[in-house]
Design a protein around this ligand. Structure first.
Ligand SMILES: *[C@@H]1O[C@H](CO)[C@@H](O)[C@H](O)[C@H]1NC(C)=O
Ligand SMILES: *[C@@H]1O[C@H](CO)[C@@H](O)[C@H](O)[C@H]1NC(C)=O
Ligand SMILES: *[C@@H]1O[C@H](CO)[C@@H](O)[C@H](O)[C@H]1NC(C)=O
Ligand SMILES: [Cu+2]
Length: 397
């Protein structure tokens, strides 16, 4: 079913009656915010859903879907497509996680004071395996699932994790539903920090968007980042009392909401990444480090671009970036792009592993320690529709 919630949410469903067989929109609840028109990736993703539907029919017939169907799959939506009430529920669950007790080993991470902090602590100490060629996509998929599961099981959240469509934040991000700083946003820009001039990247300087200081508006204005820094990208981030970075280092959350960053992750770029990457190595390389192009001022690569749409500390620190809840919106967005890429040719692409640098992925296991009990073979986290006995069962719309 499709509904434009800004108009009249459930009416069309009641009135439509019979839906054509094989029509995926009868299986997945699509909500769109009329404020945003569909971009080229949204349209491509909708067209891909027909393939996904056929793929799932085959998988179900072969008894390999582990109970996952399009009807039961969790729906991960763009923040702007969620209703204001859904956003409020999500924010409440995030605030709950920020108060829930830590399960990380306190001798190693005296700085981890909450369940939210646990994810920062894990990312800090496992950055290598989370980001190498074999790990990047599946390990972040599992990390996101663990986080979403904590929101649901430990904080009563009924929905699924939102993602951000970068393209919606290229023009006026500080006035968007995501960053406008009101009570149902994910918090505003940081206060201006004259010492923050921007970020040096291999593609040139990403100029400051005018923030860089503490976030003072929205639901997370009182939140304090605790562990880290690990590799700070901002001036004047206080040092952690422990060399490991795991000590207690309470500091405000800083951000630089940056449209120039978002311009490196436009829908055109994302579509080109999906359509022009014929194999997973190309997809990985282009996502992380696109070919140098001196006439392109925003050639950051979509991965870097997404991280610096909010940047700051801890969000812009590659070791402790999950300390800004916006981290998960970015990694859900990357997971969406990977999934759309896989679904163009699921038989060969779902299990395709990056094979650069000689790391052997066949035996890799994902062990998220205090985040989630199950240690799983890495390939189970390649399959978003049935992997790990059906624990992975999501669609992005
Ligand atoms: C969020 O939590 C606050 C305080 O705990 C509560 O007043 C409010 O009703 C909750 N909002 C939603 C949408 O559940
Ligand atoms: C926050 O801003 C968004 C976007 O303008 C709006 O849809 C939403 O209703 C606002 N929330 C509150 C609590 O005012
Ligand atoms: C380089 O960037 C320019 C400006 O954005 C663009 O028009 C051109 O197509 C790019 N070249 C390549 C090879 O991607
Ligand atoms: Cu990461």
């Amino acid at each position: 079913m499709r509904s434009i919630w800004s108009a009249c949410a459930l009416l069309p469903v009641v009135l439509t009656g019979a839906v054509a067989e094989g029509d995926w929109t009868s299986k997945v609840n699509v909500q769109r915010n009329g404020f945003y028109s569909l971009d080229v990736v949204d349209k491509f993703a909708e067209a891909t859903m027909t393939k996904v539907d056929a793929y799932m029919d085959k998988k179900i017939a072969a008894g390999k879907n582990n109970g996952c169907t399009l009807e039961t799959a969790g729906v991960r939506r763009e923040w702007g497509d969620m209703t204001v009430e859904q956003r409020a529920d999500f924010i409440n669950a995030t605030l709950c996680l920020m108060k829930a007790p830590s399960k990380a080993p306190q001798d190693q991470f005296p700085g981890a004071r909450s369940r939210f902090d646990d994810f920062m602590a894990y990312h800090l100490t496992n950055a290598g395996s989370l980001h190498d060629t074999i790990g990047l996509f599946p390990a972040h998929k599992y990390f996101l699932l663990a986080y979403e599961t904590a929101l649901r099981n430990e904080c009563g959240y009924k929905g699924y994790h939102p993602y951000m469509n970068y393209d919606r934040y290229t023009k006026d991000p500080v006035n968007s539903a995501l960053f406008n700083g009101n009570a149902t946003s994910m918090g505003g820009n940081g206060a201006p920090d004259p010492n923050y001039k921007g970020l040096r990247t291999s593609a040139g300087l990403m100029k400051s968007g005018g923030g860089g200081g503490c976030v003072t508006t929205g639901p997370f204005k009182d939140y304090m980042a605790t562990v880290g820094p690990g590799a700070p990208m901002m001036p004047n981030v206080p040092k952690n009392p422990l060399a490991s970075g795991g000590g207690y280092n309470p500091r405000c959350m800083r951000r630089d909401v940056n449209a120039d960053a978002a311009l490196g992750a436009t829908a055109d770029r994302a579509l080109a990444l999906i359509q022009q990457s014929k194999d997973i190595n190309t997809f990985y390389n282009t996502l992380l480090t696109p070919p140098r192009n001196a006439s392109d001022p925003y050639n950051w690569g979509i991965h870097t671009a997404g991280h610096y749409i909010a940047g700051g500390d801890p969000g812009g620190d590659p070791m402790v970036s999950p300390g800004d809840p916006i981290f998960y919106f970015h990694h859900a967005a990357l997971d969406r792009l990977w999934w759309i890429w896989q679904m163009q040719d699921p038989d060969t692409r779902v299990n395709a592993q990056v094979s650069l640098g000689g790391t052997n992925g066949a035996s890799r296991k994902l062990d998220m320690k205090w985040l989630t009990p199950d240690v799983i073979p890495v390939l189970e986290a390649h399959d978003g529709l049935g992997g790990h006995a059906g624990a992975f069962c999501h669609v992005y719309v």
